[in-house]
Write a protein that binds this ligand. Structure first.
Ligand SMILES: C[S@@+](CC[C@H](N)C(=O)[O-])C[C@H]1O[C@@H](n2cnc3c(N)ncnc32)[C@H](O)[C@@H]1O
Length: 241
């Protein structure tokens, strides 16, 4: 079985090539439906986990949240820091920090318990089951009770894309896990490992980490790195118990 360490893959990943999704209609609709803060109350605090170069965090800040973005990749955090903003009159700020959210110990993130945690396209690439469980546990730990989680992850896609069926089978001896494959660059060099979840698997993992009201919505879209490849994506919302 492949012994690669997802943390090494992502610490050294070229910041400008970190995969992302610019359009976030599910997230936008979910945020629109959250109760607005009371008049005069401080801006709600949001944690963007695995924020990459900070584009999504900046858009969330522009929507009125006080945002902290964390990522394991120092070059990505350096690039994101160009988007940072100091605290305004409502205490609303945008800042970024390097943190590993897959370790057994919770990451040290300054700030009060968060009202909202956003984790886009991270759970699928963070490593194996242990790292996924750690990540979800840390997301729960960062939230105040009742705080909201929004998470997106890749879905099992072999029924709509034979390329994925082939990749799952070819890479199984190296990954040791069904619906997991090695994402490669144009030259065939392995970049990182990706796991595709079933909706049931994802809902069970999120619930086991201490979340209630777990909802999973599944959409047929295309791969974030390879737009010509059809793929399912899951959009999960939940509340910290
Ligand atoms: C597919 S990218 C998604 C980036 C961003 N969420 C977005 O949607 O634009 C995954 C991100 O997770 C980060 N990451 C991977 N492992 C991590 C870890 N253990 N702790 C913190 N961030 C991690 C990577 O560095 C990368 O920026």
């Amino acid at each position: 079985m492949d012994q690669r360490d997802a943390r090494d893959d992502w610490r050294g990943f070229e910041a400008g090539r970190i995969p992302s999704k610019r359009a976030t209609p599910h997230l936008d609709r979910w945020l629109d439906a959250l109760p607005p803060p009371a008049a005069g109350a401080p801006a709600p605090c949001l944690l963007d986990v695995g924020c990459g170069t900070g584009g999504l965090a900046r858009r969330l800040y522009d929507r009125g949240f006080s945002v902290v973005g964390v990522d394991i990749n120092p070059a990505a955090i350096e690039a994101a820091s160009a988007l940072a903003a100091p605290a305004d009159g409502r205490g609303r700020l945008l800042r970024f920090a390097v943190a590993d959210v897959a370790a057994d110990a919770p990451p040290r993130i300054d700030g009060a318990a968060f009202d909202v945690v956003v984790c886009q396209l991270v759970l699928s690439i963070i490593g194996g089951l242990r790292e996924r469980v750690n990540l979800l546990r840390h997301l729960r730990g960062a939230l105040r009770p009742g705080g909201g989680l929004y998470l997106s992850a890749s879905g099992v896609s072999d029924t709509i894309n034979p390329g994925y069926a082939r990749l799952y089978a070819e890479d199984l001896p190296r990954t040791g896990e069904h619906a997991t494959y090695l994402s490669r660059d144009e030259r065939g060099e392995v970049l990182y490992m990706t796991h595709h979840f079933t909706a049931e698997e994802l809902a069970a993992l999120v619930a086991a980490a201490g979340f209630g009201g777990v909802r999973v919505s599944t959409e047929r879209e295309s791969s974030s790195r390879r737009p010509e490849e059809a793929a399912y994506f899951h959009y999960v919302t939940a509340a910290a118990r």
